[in-house]
Ligand binder design. Structure first.
Ligand SMILES: N[C@@H](CCC[C@H](N)C(=O)O)C(=O)O
Length: 279
């Protein structure tokens, strides 16, 4: 049976979206996802996202396979794309602007705004080493500004879990980082038992950060929503930035806020439909 898909992107972080609302089992396997994501022999994408029936009193469930077939817990740009996809699927029967979405990283709440923008309540950041997870510190301690040896260099790292794991390092010049060679060494470093997403951040102003990312299971991408949220949290924890800032990624800007009122992180950015097709 042919499977319909829609390609979306959030700032160039691109995904194949599949309507999986009639079953709780993804209709595509991780092995098939690897082929679909291939930029030469497939559709080309950073991941495949499934819209599944809601669990635990949510509207829908999101699952995602990275382009290497691994399954992450959460995806920030992906959940904005999912919200746009669900709104398209529901069409005229849509009766709400926001959805409660069950993910392996917790419940997320995207809200559809005008002009293809989506604001997401990304929940509370988790900061304890055991929650990242990393063995850079004892399980109940935070990892803030700790030295980590990678590729013959000592990096100052802060770790944040935004549903998925992130290691953030602040640098003078983000353009000078040799992502292709350094990224995999962070991703597979033995201190991160579930691998890691790594963000390199240049603080231009307290409310403007430049970011480049090496994603677990996907490599260099043009944007990472959870990574932008984790980086702002790391910036606040290390006293480098304000609680609300623009995070500029190679694919464009995201607005991130770590609310002082409810301690939740909010991300606002675009979700763009590219094309639809059949597998
Ligand atoms: N691009 C995403 C993150 C996707 C998952 C990540 N590769 C992981 O394995 O954790 C985002 O926008 O957050």
């Amino acid at each position: 049976m042919a499977i319909e898909f829609t390609k979306y992107h959030g700032l160039g972080n691109d995904f194949i979206l599949i309507d999986n609302r009639s079953s709780s089992v993804p209709v595509v396997t991780p092995e098939q996802a690897i082929k679909l994501c291939d930029r030469h022999f497939g559709i080309g994408a950073d991941g495949v996202i499934f819209a599944l029936p809601g669990e635990n009193a949510t509207d829908y469930t999101m699952r995602i396979f990275n382009s290497d077939g691994s399954e992450p817990e959460m995806c920030g740009n992906g959940i904005r794309c999912l919200a746009g996809f669900l709104a398209d699927l529901e069409g005229e029967s849509r009766n709400k602007d926001s959805y409660r979405i069950h993910t392996l990283g917790g419940v997320m709440i995207p809200q559809i705004l005008p002009n293809s923008q989506v604001k997401v309540d990304m929940g509370l950041p988790r900061l304890l080493a055991g929650e990242i997870p990393t063995n850079l510190a004892p399980d109940k301690e935070k990892v803030i500004s700790q030295p980590l040896e990678v590729a013959g260099q000592t990096w100052d790292v802060t770790c944040v879990n935004m549903g998925n794991p992130h290691c953030i390092t602040f640098v003078e010049d983000v353009a000078a980082i040799e992502l292709e060679s350094i990224g995999p060494k962070f991703e597979h470093h033995p201190v991160f038992p579930q691998r890691i997403n790594t963000e390199f951040i240049q603080v231009v102003r307290r409310d403007y950060l430049k970011m480049r990312v090496w994603e677990r299971g996907a490599g260099i991408t043009l944007a990472c929503g959870t990574g932008a949220c984790a980086s702002l949290v790391a910036g606040v924890l290390t006293g480098k930035c304000d609680r609300a800032a623009t995070v500029e990624l190679p694919g464009g800007p995201l607005q991130i806020e770590w609310s002082e009122v409810d301690q939740r992180v909010y991300m606002t950015g675009p979700a763009e439909r590219v094309f639809t097709g059949k597998l």
